[in-house]
Design a protein around this ligand. Structure first.
Ligand code: SF4
Length: 252
């Protein structure tokens, strides 16, 4: 009887996922609960080791350090940026420059600590002069991001800026049209809600856009609590009252 009930529960969950995906509605269903071959910690570390040794594209020639990503391999929230910059290349860690400081403050504004999420980029090595990633570089590198998503199995994927949103949604649309509109996202072994927002570096250049991003962050906070039941903690009253800027004040 117990096996039969478990089978029925799996079939209902699959049917709901299929319906959500076909309806185009925002999908808040949890990732599928099939067993992983290995713990996510091992999978994420294996991916990082492969990234550090990778020579799939020419960016390996100029890097000081590859930047596989960092954070909790079991995080309900995965952040995906574009590519490492100079500071990230020097330290081998994602989002550690001014944009990274702002990102940390943005997360804190919704009661999330950096180490509670996983932060990755589309490209794992720095393009020279921080130029846009080339299509062939994205094609060479995307398997690593796909593998990270499948290993971490996040409930929410928050994309930062144009490049990750376009790649994961497979669309040529601009980020200002995409931002703030959550979409269902299927990955090998599960589903998530993909939420596009603006890149912190863009906010440093365009402080007025913080109003929109603060709205996005509040919605991400709501979706996370809907998924987990009790995380992250409620947004501090002071932060909510100080909207529209993602509080505390950014370094711009
Ligand atoms: S950018 Fe990606 S594909 Fe290119 S060398 Fe680095 S890890 Fe490999």
């Amino acid at each position: 009887m117990r096996d039969e009930l478990a089978r029925l529960a799996r079939e209902v969950a699959e049917a709901l996922r299929a319906e959500a995906a076909s309806s185009g509605s925002a999908c808040a269903l949890p990732p599928r609960a099939s067993p992983r071959a290995l713990p996510p910690e091992d999978l994420v570390e294996d991916i990082a080791m492969r990234v550090r040794a990778c020579t799939r594209c020419d960016l390996c020639r100029g890097r000081r350090n590859a930047v596989p990503g960092e954070g909790s391999p079991r995080a309900p929230l995965l952040l995906v940026g574009e590519a490492p910059g100079e500071d990230e290349d020097r330290q081998g860690r994602p989002f550690v420059g001014r944009a990274g400081e702002l990102l940390t403050k943005m997360l804190a504004a919704i009661s999330v600590r950096r180490e509670e999420v996983f932060i990755a980029n589309v490209l794992k090595c720095r393009p020279p002069g921080n130029r846009d990633p080339a299509p062939e570089e994205i094609a060479a590198c995307r398997d690593y991001l796909t593998a990270q998503i499948a290993a971490i199995r996040p409930a929410i994927i928050l994309t930062l800026g144009r490049v990750p949103a376009r790649l994961l949604l497979d669309t040529p649309m601009g980020i200002l049209s995409l931002r703030g509109k959550p979409r269902p996202f299927a990955y090998p072994g599960g589903t998530a809600t993909l939420f596009p927002t603006l890149h912190p570096a863009y906010l440093l250049r365009n402080p007025a856009a913080k109003r929109d991003v603060w709205d996005d962050l509040k919605e991400v906070h709501r979706l996370l609590r809907e998924f987990t039941g009790d995380w992250p903690p409620p947004i501090p009253a002071r932060a909510a009252a100080e909207s529209p800027a993602p509080p505390p004040a950014a370094g711009s």
